[in-house]
Write a protein that binds this ligand. Structure first.
Ligand SMILES: O=P(O)(O)OC[C@H]1O[C@](O)(CO)[C@@H](O)[C@@H]1O
Length: 440
């Protein structure tokens, strides 16, 4: 169960660095029409994201594709970038993917998300992968993203060099993309279908950064043995107040949107998301794309920053507390008390650390999270808190849907379209020109 508390975001509680209470009240009023618009889209079913949680018809093909992927696999390569990768990554972290220190111990199949394009990383990966037991998923909504196409071509070439026939390559691949449009080349399908690669259909009306709970994120999650039905069930909790036509104050995502709106209107240009759990570290990467691509428009938007507690207390805290009051903090604490290794009293006593004696690592982390929040408040920083007793698929699904709804509502209230990303094309086109010209 996810709880949101925001008293310490407001000026009346933290002083001048907080969001002025009147600005928050005004923002709540401004989010009301945005919420009504969202409810309208739920009623006329024009925003399929809202009905995704109650939909299960698309899950059997996900399970079937995951089973095929896992079969005989030591390694699963997830090819794709941005929203076609980050959702899967944040879910995979529930199965220890990308957790510093322990991800190397993850059981087979090992999952590799090739989100970034770095020639050295990719060369090393292709040199080391056991292709006989490697499976690949190529995910791209549009099917035309250069990174994903190059990644796929490079894998096919490496598989051929390893002696695999085209039929064997086809058996090792899974595609996931929108259907081809009549009369238009669909590059990813044109590349993979001749090898006999099966495709799952990307939802045409759910964009990449909102696709984590579609087959895009759920396929890697299912391949890792995660409970994808529970992810959807968790998402249902976040969307329930919208579907039920609740008021802004009764809808946590709408309250969150009002906080963000009021924060940006009162000069807070930076939004920091700081979970206190390794399993949620990649959630911040996913959220940063969601927030940045959805709201950075018409000269508006706030800079999303991902942080991780408690480790970033040792790297970012100085600036957060004593720097400019231009940030709105969201701290996400996870019930840690009593969890983890217990500190030996004798050893702790010997080194003058009696306070730690008999406590667990989790006891300290729990104390650190609350201490950080209170220190933010004491230093006049605007901070909202989410708390959950534990993290599992249900809680994660709720969190993801909360952040998607909060982003959409903030965009509606700002007067921008949270679903497009027109500015990203310019550099893509220029890079293609420079590539042709051999410029660097
Ligand atoms: O899924 P696709 O179409 O390959 O797009 C990947 C990413 O590229 C973008 O379109 C930006 O270039 C993102 O919005 C998207 O998540």
């Amino acid at each position: 169960m996810l709880q949101q508390s925001f008293d310490l975001a407001l000026e009346s509680k933290v002083g001048k660095g907080g969001i002025p209470d009147a600005a928050f009240e005004k923002a709540l009023a401004d989010v009301a029409p945005a919420l009504a618009r969202l409810k309208g889209q739920a009623d006329d079913r024009s925003l399929p994201l809202l009905h995704l949680p109650s939909d299960t018809a698309d899950l059997p093909p996900v399970h079937a594709a995951a089973k095929r992927l896992k079969q005989g696999a030591t390694d699963i390569l997830v090819l794709g970038t941005g929203g076609s990768s980050l959702g899967g990554q944040t879910l995979a972290q529930l199965a220890d993917y990308g957790i510093s220190g322990i991800s190397r111990f993850a059981p087979d199949p090992r999952v590799h998300f090739i989100d970034n394009l770095d020639p050295e990383t990719y060369s090393k990966l292709l040199a080391d992968l056991p292709f006989a037991t490697t499976k690949c998923v190529a995910i791209s909504k549009s099917g035309g993203t250069g990174e994903t196409l190059l990644q796929s071509i490079a894998v096919i070439t490496a598989m051929r060099a390893a002696g695999l026939s085209d039929g064997e390559i086809g058996e090792r691949f899974q595609g996931l993309s929108e259907p081809a449009k009549p009369g238009k080349l669909h590059p990813l399908r044109a590349l993979l279908e001749p090898f006999g690669v099966p495709f799952l259909e990307h939802h045409t009306d759910i964009g990449g950064r909102y696709s984590v709970l579609t087959n895009c994120g759920l396929l890697p999650a299912a391949a890792l043995g995660l409970n994808i039905e529970a992810l959807r069930a968790g998402a249902a909790k976040a969307v329930a107040p919208v579907l039920a036509g609740k008021s802004v104050r009764e809808t946590p995502a709408a309250i969150g949107a009002a906080l963000h709106l009021a924060a940006m209107r009162s000069g807070k240009n930076i939004a920091v998301l700081m979970p206190y759990a390794d399993k949620l570290a990649l959630l911040t990467r996913w959220w940063m794309q969601l927030w940045a691509e959805s709201l950075g428009k018409d000269g508006q938007g706030t800079q999303p920053v991902g942080a991780l507690g408690p480790v970033d207390q040792h790297s970012q805290q100085q600036l957060y507390l004593a720097g400019p009051k231009d940030k709105f903090f969201t701290v996400l604490t996870v019930g840690a008390k009593g969890k983890g290794p217990k500190i030996d009293a004798g050893l702790a006593g010997k080194i003058g650390q009696d306070d730690f004696a008999g406590k667990t690592i989790g006891d300290l982390v729990a104390a650190q999270g609350v201490a950080m929040i209170d220190t933010f408040a004491k230093n006049g920083c605007s901070v909202r808190r989410f708390h959950t007793d534990h993290i599992d698929e249900t809680v994660h699904g709720e969190l993801l849907m909360h952040f998607m709804l909060e982003t959409i509502l903030t965009g509606y209230a700002m007067g921008v379209d949270p679903f497009d990303q027109p500015a990203v094309e310019e550099a893509k086109l220029l890079a293609k020109r420079y590539l042709a010209e051999g410029r660097s």
